[in-house]
Design a protein around this ligand. Structure first.
Ligand code: CTP
Length: 403
């Protein structure tokens, strides 16, 4: 999945021949899963029509401060557009538009939105080779870089003037690749390796029966997806579950029993930076597993159970640099029990679910958790979707690595 997926992108088109390439650029953004709004300078409409870009972007194109199409919304709000965007790109960026950006010459909607935008701004220059090297152009580049904007360098080749050299706007495919690489390199968990457990475990009684629990696996899968979206590479050791993950940075190891989960975790743990135990591992398993299906011969039937290995505890024992997070599900003395668990299992953070809280725990799409760190700082959170809880957990990890 592209890092551009779900991103809100504001594309500013200024008036150069390369504007015709923005039709492909908009298509590629849409293909990558981005939401896109386009602002055109008046001059750019000579090179590509607003109808083309509006159709491809699936949004009205903005061009002037005055909105002729909507009676109720006469004013095109440049501040709103600027603040809406996760990322703004000016492509093509002509010498004229870059000079206006550099000097704050706010005589069109594109520049007004640029001056209002708080998001990262990229610009892809396009002009003839001598213009590209002119000290005035170089001064604009330098100022824009000082403002924190990122240049997507022009490419070499045949130019509209008939001359050949540097100045062609980067090809749309290359602009997308540039943005993806740049955004990926800035992801907060880039280069971090995660081990996450999820779902229930099934402990066999005989070839057809098992002891299990109602864990859906959703919490662990949401953490895995979000960690991968933030740049991490993830090994997700999952018990039997219907959950799916689409991000290719998540390697799913499917297991059934607590012992299999234990073995898989120990295979990967030494190599990871973060381990999160979100699985609802069975605490006990049948002492012996019948080789044949057990017949209903007697009125009473007893299964002798033995403890499974505590995976999280075992990871805490061998932990070196790893940031180790566990979950706890408590019904009484929640905070005290959770604190004891932090010490016993040598955790850095515990995510406490209380069964006293409505909407917490197994099954549903929401969770209400309390974070407790190893310094015993207690932080109760609101009831949230499991995706939002996953984000909160990962923010704790990010904070740990950036402290
Ligand atoms: N855990 C584990 N392996 C087990 C049991 C639990 O890795 N065999 C992990 C779970 O994934 C979870 C945490 O340990 O992160 C839960 O701790 P646990 O001691 O099992 O607490 P509770 O489930 O809350 O139950 P109890 O208090 O009865 O121990």
């Amino acid at each position: 999945m592209s890092v551009l997926n779900g991103k809100k992108i504001l594309l500013g088109v200024s008036g150069g021949i390369a504007a015709y390439k923005t039709a492909s650029l908009v298509r590629l953004f849409i293909k990558a899963g981005a939401e896109i709004q386009v602002i055109m300078t008046p001059a750019s409409k000579d090179f590509v029509t607003p109808l083309t870009l509006s159709t491809l972007s699936k949004n009205p194109v903005h061009s002037s401060f005055f909105n002729q199409e909507d009676e109720n919304e006469k004013w095109n709000n440049h501040v709103e557009l600027g603040l809406w965007a996760d990322l703004m790109i000016i492509a093509p960026a002509t010498a004229n538009t870059m000079s206006k950006m550099a000097n704050g010459t706010c005589d069109n909607l594109l520049i007004a939105a640029y001056l209002s935008a708080k998001c990262p701004v990229y610009f892809a220059p396009a002009m003839d080779l001598d213009m590209y090297k002119h000290p005035s152009t170089l001064a604009s580049f330098s100022l824009l870089k000082q403002f924190g904007n990122t240049i997507i360098p022009a490419e070499s080749g045949e130019l509209a003037s008939g001359l050949s050299g540097e100045g062609r706007m980067a090809e749309p495919e290359n602009i997308i690749a540039f943005l993806e690489a740049d955004l990926e390199s800035k992801l907060p968990l880039k280069g971090k390796k995660f081990l996450i457990t999820a779902g229930p475990t099934y402990e066999a009684i005989d070839p057809v029966r098992f002891i299990g629990n109602h864990s859906s696996g959703k919490m662990g899968f949401d953490i895995a997806s979000e960690a991968a979206n933030l740049g991490a590479s993830v090994v997700l050791v999952a018990g039997p579950t219907n959950c799916k993950v689409t991000n290719t940075s998540v390697k799913v190891i499917s297991v059934t029993s607590a012992q299999e989960m234990y073995d898989a975790c120990h295979e990967y743990f030494s190599n990871v930076d973060v381990a999160i135990a979100a699985a609802a591992v069975a605490d006990y398993r049948p002492k012996t597993v019948a080789l044949q299906k057990i017949k209903k011969a007697s009125e009473d039937f007893t299964i002798e159970l033995e403890k499974t290995k505590d995976i999280l505890l075992s990871l805490g024992e061998i932990k070196e640099k790893q940031f180790l997070i566990g979950f706890a599900l408590e019904t009484e003395n929640e905070i005290e029990n959770a604190k004891l668990k932090i010490q016993k299992k040598n955790l850095d953070l515990i995510v406490l679910n209380s069964l006293q809280d409505k909407g917490a725990g197994f099954g549903g799409g929401t969770n209400k958790v309390t974070f407790i760190d190893k310094a015993f700082t207690v932080e109760p959170m609101e009831l949230k979707t499991k995706e939002a809880v996953a984000t909160d957990i990962l923010n704790k990890v990010i904070k740990h690595f950036h402290e």
